[in-house]
Design a protein around this ligand. Sequence first.
Ligand code: SF4
Length: 387
Amino acid sequence: MQKGQQAILDRDSLSHDSSVAPELLAWYDRERRELPWRAASSVKQDPYKVWLSEIMLQQTTVKAVTPRYDTFLRRWPDVTSLARAELGEVLAAWAGLGYYARARNLHACARAVAGELGGAFPESEKDLRKLPGIGAYTAAAIAAIAFGKRATPVDGNIERVVARLFAVATPLPTAKPEIKALAERLTPAERAGDFAQGLMDLGATICTPRSPDCGHCPLGEGCRAEAEGLAEVLPYRATKIARPTRRGVAFVAVRADGAVLLRERPLKGLLGGMLETPSTPWEETAPSDIEDHAPVAAIWDKLPGLVEHTFTHFYLKLLVYRAEVSQGAMAVDAARPEQCRWLKRDELADAALPSVMRKVIAHALDARVKSVAKAKPGARAVARASA
Ligand code: SF4
């Protein structure tokens, strides 16, 4: 079917879908985004680069990922070198990208591929899904983009474009299987990887969440949402459940030489394996037994203000206590003393510290200046007597 003769897409009929892939691929060949992990159109994709970029891009923007991707690739140019790295190094290089389970799984996956699989990623979605951190979306993306298999990854951009093309009325997330089935129907047997990347690029540049530029869309003539005036409101979303707020207290102990006391979080769970300042548990009510969680005997200053951070499932508000301790001070975290260690100030930049902990440390170090300037004599809150 020639451009200009395209019929509106119909979810109940296969007959009108055939023009979508050619139109989109022709547009992709002209307009594709240049991204560091994309090979030139005539060059075979490197599965390691595809995998690394897809893991990094989960719930993270291209802008945030690009510098980290470059750093990873310079430091670990292939899966074998990444497998040889220590987990702590990988977590430190990942810091700031969030969702740290991805970094732990990335490392475990590199070790599985470099070890049991002899350095080669499997090509099928089924075998890719057996690897740590590779779910349905990532397996389909690697199979299609790196190996040219007919597979259909559906990320947020593709979800939006397909929901609009067919004017899917079911709200997300209930609509996910329906959208996946429609996207599969559109996927061509050849160039499935380029087709997926074309949909991603279309979603990122033209079929954007708030102001789709339907006038410049290569699929505009067949798009049901455009025909029905629904482009800006689709896809519908179910009302979100409000995020709860959790509260806690973080303790920043600063040694005479400027080193900061940090603790390693348990490997499993939120921010697993990352470093933190010792803290109370994070709970819905403010902790009442604050002193019991101070990691070292000292005079603790309660700092003004709060450190706030948004996680996927909750908001966090942390009160920060700060203490200056002598050079010989020992960490006495009764629960896990072996997990505590002092990091010098110049080691903090490369440490595996999540963003929330960087905020806590910055708040504490910054507050010292204000505290010296503003604190009145006798204003110190003593949480624990001096040793
Ligand atoms: S015509 Fe508009 S709504 Fe439809 S796919 Fe293109 S940009 Fe999106």
